[in-house]
Design a binder for this molecule. Structure first.
Ligand SMILES: O=C(O)CCC(=O)C(=O)O
Ligand SMILES: [Fe+2]
Length: 463
């Protein structure tokens, strides 16, 4: 038995190192797989003919979705296209007793709904930089927010708080704020009507209107329709909001991160009337910040990572891990790096918080070049004999190098770097912007990452 007691464990062999990295990868991929990217619920309408406490009782017994207070019927006011001196008014759901109290009670409610449909303009979408109108891709009507008013506001029903809890949680380490306290602000964006038998909106992402935009909220007003499922995808997972069954008498809503690809299946009958809102990250109003009690160490990932990182000999002399984000971010503005940690979504936020709480320094950086090569997922080959620290960057070997920028910034884009015709100055300044330390890549971009890049180049709800 060797007498000499070792002061520290030897570095891991390549084989052992790869094994640990694979474990790390599994934990992170598991976190990506379990993270939420949507939330939603329903709000019953108080039937003004029955006592409201009956309605409330009925709702509180209904399933786990949203069991918030019921809503009064929703009124929409707009100016008629042909007669802008005349304000039109419609109450949904149709046939609710309160609709007969309207000023133009002589017009049947169902005709006023048809009038609203007629007064909408056709809704376009964006294909790359271009505004496009293509009824095969999107068939819907729209009113801009300055063209209508509504009595509905999502904040009245706790929807904003629901969204904050699921999509924008505040994670604090032992009461020490990781980020400034985050709130969600909803900005009314459009009224849309998708009409049977052929209304639809094919796969797209919601084009970020600002660097703090994090998601979209769709509120489906009570109006009977068939079809029209809203399907939202992320990272191979799918959420299917089937609103047709309760469409006639319920408000139904869904919120999701705006980089998640989504579509509206064909509306085969009726009118699917929605209010859409852009969701932004906003700092707490002064004095309004409630310290979060969600500590990153509650996540299973925390324990798993801690075990891995404390393995004797693992990355003994330090190093850099590379992990691909699960979501896309608007990151080209000048203050993107200051904003980004607090705009992180889903599993990216959890990873950031967990790693930070384990004492790691975490940066969010842009990937400037990544080639999807057949060989990219191959683990570094190893003869199992090396004890060298320098072998660390070989867990994943990418055939083409993955280029990472040294920070997020407005003037940075990959084209700078690759354009052969670029002047020397541009190339030199790009050279300085590339992250220089060797990176041990733990994950590969998921299907989603690559698809997102493509989608952003193609279909958005705006150019
Ligand atoms: O109406 C919906 O369900 C979603 C609408 C939508 O995706 C959009 O307006 O961009
Ligand atoms: Fe959309």
């Amino acid at each position: 038995m060797p007498k000499k007691a070792k002061k520290s464990a030897p570095s891991l062999s390549k084989t052992a190192f790869n094994k640990v990295c694979r474990q790390l990868e599994e934990c992170i991929v598991g976190e990506h797989a379990s993270a939420a990217f949507v939330c939603g619920g329903t709000i019953a309408i108080i039937n003004t003919n029955t006592a409201s406490h009956e309605a409330s009782a009925k709702i509180s017994k209904s399933k786990s979705k949203s069991t918030l207070k019921p809503s009064k019927p929703v009124t929409i006011f707009w100016t008629a296209k042909n007669d802008d001196s005349k304000a039109s008014k419609l109450v949904l759901p149709l046939g609710n007793s309160s609709s007969s109290s309207s000023t133009d009670a002589t017009t049947p409610a169902v005709d006023r709904l048809s009038q609203l449909v007629d007064d909408c303009e056709p809704a376009g979408f964006g294909k790359g930089q271009e505004a496009v109108m293509n009824l095969e891709y999107r068939k819907a009507g729209k009113l801009d927010p300055e063209q209508f008013a509504t009595t509905f506001h999502p904040a009245d029903f706790g929807i904003i708080e629901n969204i904050e809890q699921v999509l924008v949680p505040n994670l604090n380490e032992a009461n020490e704020a990781l980020f400034t306290f985050r709130r969600v602000e909803a900005e009314l964006y459009k009224l849309n009507i998708y009409s049977g038998p052929s209304g639809l909106f094919k796969k797209h992402v919601d084009t970020p209107r600002s660097k703090t935009q994090i998601g979209s909220l769709v509120v489906c007003l009570p109006s009977s329709f068939e079809g029209g499922n809203l399907i939202i995808e992320h990272d191979g997972k799918e959420a299917d909001f089937d609103w047709q069954v309760q469409s006639a008498d319920t408000i139904q809503w869904a919120a999701f991160y705006s980089d998640c690809e989504h579509e509206i299946k064909t509306i085969t009958q009726g009118e699917r009337v929605t209010l859409t809102y852009n969701l932004y990250i906003a700092d707490a109003l002064s004095g309004a910040s409630i310290p979060s009690s969600i500590d990153p160490n509650v996540f299973p990932l925390h324990g798993e990572l801690k075990t891995i990182l404390s393995m004797p000999g693992f990355m003994k002399s330090g190093g850099v891990f590379g992990i691909f984000c699960s979501h896309a971010y608007p990151h080209t503005s000048k203050n993107a790096s200051a904003l980004l940690p607090s705009c992180l979504k889903g599993s990216d936020l959890v990873l950031y918080a967990v790693m930070h709480s384990l004492g790691m320094k975490v940066d969010v950086l842009p990937v400037l070049m990544y080639e999807n090569d057949d060989d990219y997922n191959r683990e570094g080959l190893s003869d199992g004999s090396s004890d060298e620290d320098t072998s660390y960057s070989t867990y994943k070997s990418f055939d083409k190098e993955v280029l990472v920028g040294d920070q997020l910034r407005g003037e940075f884009y990959a084209g700078d770097f690759y354009d052969d015709s670029s002047s020397k100055i541009i190339q030199e300044s790009c050279e300085r912007r590339v992250y220089k330390k060797p990176i041990t890549w733990i994950t590969t971009p998921t299907n989603g990452n690559e698809k997102i890049a493509m989608i952003y180049g193609s279909y958005g709800n705006e150019p």
